[in-house]
Design a protein around this ligand. Structure first.
Ligand code: NDP
Length: 246
């Protein structure tokens, strides 16, 4: 077990990619805190983690709210005494072309994806600096590298996550805290299920490995970055995209 007795916090951990990460980390020996905005999904995932024999805690927390995030961090420390791993995974899309994109849709995507990552990274950094140990992993997207028509808000938020990752990696390296990002390509989750079939077929032609990714594919990359196998890697963006962007 490569995460034996670690404590991991995974945001947006109730569903999709976050849920698969929570279960994989638990299988590898980590206790898990997850936060989400969906109580039913949160409770279900918490039970699944506990069934794997690990301690779990679920928090209804909106990552855009710094006070809620800080309160959660204090509660995790009360229960688990440390936080070894943070995965900034919570994310949303509100797609439309720039001329039609509302200010609200721009602001909400930046708030959840980028400011949420800032809030959690800032709060956990203090803890990890004191511990002289930590792994921060933020889920960006290949869209943050290449852009995408109809996703100016999402692309900007994910590019921001990449820049934030590199900056914080430089700040925390001397305290033995590794800070990296993962840029998934097209992963089959509820987020992508709503895309039209013709859009999906078109996308498949762009993927050399000729299949869409699964949540577990991203979870395995996160496991590598969360473990000491990757202890000499920081400030990097690992693409999990079937070769879509190279
Ligand atoms: P899902 O929508 O399946 O899961 C995201 C989770 O985050 C949901 O449980 C959601 O809650 C939760 N969430 C949303 N807003 C907040 C908030 N303000 N505070 C806390 N939790 C919140 O998405 P995926 O699993 O597909 O995506 C996970 C991450 O991976 C995202 O950052 C996404 O941008 C990124 N990604 C996904 C790709 C894909 O192809 N699927 C590709 C590239 C990147 P709720 O149940 O209310 O929705």
């Amino acid at each position: 077990m490569i995460l034996k007795d670690r404590v991991a916090l995974i945001t947006g951990g109730a569903r999709g990619i976050g849920r698969d990460m929570a279960l994989l980390f638990a299988q590898e020996g980590s206790d898990i805190a997850i936060c989400d905005v969906n109580q039913e999904a949160l409770d279900a995932t918490k039970k699944e983690i506990e069934a794997l024999g690990r301690r779990a805690e679920g928090f209804i927390v909106d990552v855009t709210n710094l006070a809620q995030v800080e309160d959660m961090i204090n509660k995790i420390l009360d229960k688990f005494q440390k936080i070894d791993i943070l995965v900034n995974n919570a994310g949303i899309t509100r797609d439309s072309l720039i001329v039609r994109m509302s200010e609200k849709d721009f602001d909400s995507v930046i708030a959840v994806n980028l400011k949420g990552t800032f809030n959690c990274t800032k709060s956990v950094s203090k803890v990890m600096m004191k511990q002289r140990y930590g792994k921060i992993i933020s889920i960006a997207s290949i869209i943050g590298i290449i852009g995408n028509a109809g996703q100016a808000n999402y692309a900007a938020s994910k590019a921001g996550i990449i820049a934030l990752t590199k900056s914080v990696a430089k700040e925390l390296a001397s305290r033995n805290v590794n800070v990296n990002a993962i840029a998934p390509g097209f992963i089959e989750t509820d987020m992508t299920a709503k895309l039209a079939d013709d859009v999906k077929s078109q996308m498949l032609t762009l993927i050399p490995l000729n299949r869409f990714g699964k949540a577990i594919d991203v979870a395995k990359a996160a496991l590598f970055l969360a473990s000491d196998t990757s202890s000499y890697i920081t400030g990097q963006v690992i693409q999990v995209d079937g070769g879509m962007v190279m």
